[in-house]
Unconditional design. Sequence first.
Length: 434
Amino acid sequence: MDKFFIRGGNRLVGTIRVSGAKNSALPCMAAAILTEDEVTLENIPQVWDIATERRLLTSMGAEVELGHGSADHRTAISCRSLSDPVAKYEIVKTMRASSLVLGPLLARAGMARVAMPGGCAIGGRPIDLHIKGLEKMGATILQEHGYLEARAEKLRGAHLVFDKITVTGTEDLLMAAVLAEGETVMENCAREPEVTDLAALLCAMGARIEGAGSAVIKVHGVASLHGAHYRINPDRIEAGTFLIAGAITAGDLVVADCNPEHLAAVITVLQNAGALIDIIAPDAVRVRASGQLTAGDISTEEYPGFPTDMQAQYMALATQAEGVSLIKENIFENRFMHVQELVRMGANIKVDGRTAAVRGPSKLSAAAVMCSDLRASASLVLAALVADGESILDRVYHMDRGYERFEEKLQGVGAQIQRMGNVFASNEVEGTAG
Ligand code: EPZ
């Protein structure tokens, strides 16, 4: 298994580029199931979860072509023949977002056999709201032997109200609705940019959708969809992670190829902490931090609030801020796996239920630490960048799931970070956060 060796103390200076959004690519790739035509997607990040999604679609009979060379961030998917509409457990267990094929398979093939994703490091991660919505649209869904057996002659438009805001739940049902008979109104939808990205692709394929990005989405079902060529959004979480890297190292970093509009909550929190943030172009943000950072409370919320996927990274910053920062995690029940590892590096953090109190600044010392999930791993990298000495991060395959060439990008702006071990030694990964 790969490890990162990181020597702290360097300021990050220069320009770092953001890849495409993993959490847009995953639903957009699943959307190719909805048509017999080829769907070509640009700005696809080269991360493990995309490789897993590719394996999943191929296992169902799709042809998935990976761009090469200059086109290596492109993927062309043709689901002309879906010979085996089954999302097998050995794939789903490594990536719970595989459940995103449920809605499109029912809409396209009238049937689906999808392994239940199970929990993961950050929480139980049920998909009951996906199931409830599909049943309301006329699907029959049985759960047996760890699989969902779903069937629907023809999905019918329905009036759906989500009991909780769910990102992939909104995406799954949006993909089910575009080919359903009649109109579907979905309320209490997720407003994340990844939902808007998916809706834009679906409209490019001929779907009729209004209100994506707001809490109420209306879909007029159509008889069929055609292929499309679409470029997905930049990854706002990768961009936010790099902004914190620039701030925590008192650097001067330009985060390029991003969308500043998707970063409003993160930028506000960093400015409140004392970082200097300038939007220097429609796709670039500059972060500088010279003086002492100051503590600030955050509470994770659905978009456009402060993202849960940035909570761990902010916690690393809070260890270097003057004062006490209260960090409340409202979305997932177990998303403090990074706390004990940060404490082992010298951080002063007390957890009480869903709130962590971080007292800073703490002088962090390098240590051997363990990555537990995608964003916790990013938090440990950020802490190691300012720790005294060389830290060793184990199980960095968690990072490879959602961050493209992370160490190379950081090396390019002055970080002392090296990867050791067999690159991508194994795709048998633990945990299925994502
Ligand atoms: C998406 O997960 C993201 N993954 C997650 O990113 C992200 O943390 C999360 O949204 C929240 O923003 C992808 O888009 C692939 P939810 P998702 O359904 O859709 C509960 C990363 O780091 N819930 O919005 O699975 C659920 O337990 C990953 O890139 C139900 O109760 O999250 C949670 O408490 C991690 N029943 C809350 O809703 C359901 O049927 C929000 O979950 C569905 C969800």
